[in-house]
Ligand binder design. Structure first.
Ligand SMILES: *Cc1c(COP(=O)(O)O)cnc(C)c1O
Length: 386
C-alpha cells in the first residue's frame, strides 16, 4: 500500500465513519423535515449529530451549519458576511496566503463592488497583526485569515487578530481546515465569529463541511429555499454524511492533545532527518509557529513534479507543495508570497502526516526522499554536461 504522507490533501475515511455512512443511507432514509415517524427519527439523528459536532468544538449546537465542504463553508462565510454587512462598508481584508476558496471568493466579491486588501506575509509565511490593524478602515466589515496554511503549515496569530477585530467591531473568519484534527480548534477561545472545517481532512466523508457561526453573527444565505440549517443553507440535509462527519469529528477530538504532541515529534524527526542528510534543502514555514503535521521543503536542483512522481514510484505519496502547480505556467501564490517562486531550478515538496503515521514510515519516507533527490540531481547534472 505504500506510505501515505499527503494528509493535507485528503485523509482516508475512518472505517467506522464509512460504516455509519452506509448504515444511515440504508436505514435512516427519512427526511428530517417530515412530521411522520421516519422524519422524526431523522430529525433526532440530525440533532444528535449537531450536538456531537458542537461538543467537539466547544460551541453551541445552533452555531453549527453543515455544508458541502470547506470550500462552501468559506464561501458562505465571506459572501454571507459581506452581503449582511454591506450597508456598514464594503471593504474586506484577507492574508496573501489564503486557500483558493477564500482567495477566489474575495476576488468574486470585488466584482460585486467590494474592495479587498491582501496582507503580505513574512518569508516564514506569517501575517503581522500590526499590518492588519494598519489596513483597517471605517469601511472594513470582514477579516479572513486562515488558522494554518495548507502549503507550508504556518500557524497564524488568530487570537491576536480576533482581538483587534472585536475592538473595531469587524467580523472575523478563519479557515481552520488544516488545523483540525491536528491541533485543538475551539472557536470560542479563538474569539472568531466564523470558522470553517472540512470533513475529508479529519477522516470524515468527502463533500461535507462545517461552518461555525457565532450566535448573533449576521449572515446572508447563499443557497435559498427551505429553512434547513437555521435558514443558512436550504436543501434536504445529507443526513448520512452529517452522521458520519459527527462520528469522525468526535473521534478526532479524542486524545487530540496527545496526538498533537506525537505528530509534532514525528514531523520534527522527519525534518531533522532530511536536513541532516541532504544539502541545498530548506525547510519552509515558521520555526515556532509550525503546524504539527506539515513539513514543506524547497529542494535545489530538482523540480516538484519529478520529486512527487519518483517518490510515488517508490511507494511514498507526497505532494509537490505548490497549489496551482497543476495549472500550467501558474506559480503558487503562497510560494510567491514567501519569496520562493523565483526562476531557480528549485522544487518543492510537502509531507503531511496524520496521527496514524508511524516512526518507521517517517524514517522510510526520509530514506526514499534522499535517494530520489540524489538520483534526480545526478541525472540533471549529467544532462547539463552532456
Ligand atoms: C482542503 C482545504 C479547503 C477546502 O475544503 P474542501 O472540503 O475540499 O472543499 C479549504 N481550506 C483549506 C486550508 C484546505 O486545506
Amino acid at each position: 500500500m505504500g506510505i501515505y504522507l499527503d494528509h493535507a490533501a485528503t485523509t482516508p475515511v475512518l472505517p467506522e465513519a464509512a460504516q455509519m455512512l452506509a448504515e444511515a443511507s440504508l436505514r435512516g432514509f427519512g427526511n428530517p423535515s417530515s412530521i411522520h415517524i421516519r422524519g422524526q427519527m431523522a430529525r433526532e439523528a440530525m440533532d444528535e449529530a449537531r450536538q456531537v459536532t458542537a461538543k467537539a468544538l466547544g460551541c453551541l449546537a445552533d452555531e453549527i451549519v453543515f455544508t458541502s465542504g470547506g470550500t462552501e463553508a468559506n464561501s458562505l462565510a465571506l459572501i454571507g458576511a459581506c452581503l449582511a454587512r454591506q450597508d456598514s462598508g464594503r471593504h474586506l481584508v484577507i492574508s496573501a496566503v489564503e486557500h483558493e476558496s477564500v482567495r477566489n471568493t474575495a476576488h468574486f466579491l470585488e466584482t460585486l463592488g467590494f474592495r479587498v486588501t491582501e496582507i503580505p506575509v513574512d518569508p516564514a509565511g506569517l501575517v503581522d497583526p500590526g499590518d492588519i490593524a494598519r489596513a483597517l478602515t471605517p469601511e472594513t466589515i470582514l477579516i479572513s485569515v486562515m488558522t494554518v496554511n495548507n502549503i507550508i503549515g504556518t500557524v497564524q496569530p488568530v487570537t491576536e487578530i480576533s482581538e483587534l477585530a472585536r475592538k473595531r467591531k469587524i467580523l472575523f473568519h478563519t479557515d481552520a481546515v488544516q488545523a483540525f484534527p491536528n491541533m485543538l480548534v475551539e472557536p470560542g477561545s479563538l474569539g472568531v465569529d466564523l470558522l470553517s472545517l472540512s470533513s475529508h481532512k479529519f477522516r470524515g466523508p468527502k463533500g461535507m463541511g462545517v461552518l461555525y457561526v457565532r450566535k448573533g453573527t449576521p449572515l446572508v444565505p447563499l443557497v435559498r429555499g427551505g429553512h434547513q440549517e437555521n435558514g443558512l443553507r436550504a436543501g434536504t440535509e445529507n443526513l448520512p454524511g452529517i452522521m458520519a462527519l459527527a462520528l469522525a469529528i468526535k473521534r478526532s477530538r479524542e486524545n487530540l492533545e496527545k496526538a498533537e504532541t506525537e505528530l509534532r515529534r514525528l514531523r520534527n524527526l522527519l525534518a531533522e532527518d532530511i536536513l541532516a542528510n541532504l544539502d541545498h534543502v530548506k525547510l519552509n514555514g515558521h520555526s515556532e509557529r509550525a503546524a504539527p503535521h506539515i513539513a514543506h521543503f524547497s529542494v535545489d536542483f530538482t523540480d516538484g513534479e519529478s520529486l512527487v512522481r519518483n517518490m510515488d514510484h517508490e511507494g511514498v505519496i507526497v505532494s509537490a507543495g505548490s497549489a496551482c502547480s497543476s495549472e500550467e505556467g501558474k506559480t503558487s501564490h503562497v510560494l510567491e508570497a514567501i519569496g520562493q517562486s523565483g526562476p531557480l531550478a528549485r522544487g518543492t515538496v510537502r509531507f503531511s502526516l496524520s496521527r496514524e503515521t508511524t516512526e518507521q514510515e517517517v524514517r522510510d519516507a526520509s530514506a526514499v526522499f534522499r535517494n530520489v533527490v540524489v538520483r534526480l540531481r545526478s541525472a540533471s547534472a549529467a544532462g547539463r554536461f552532456a
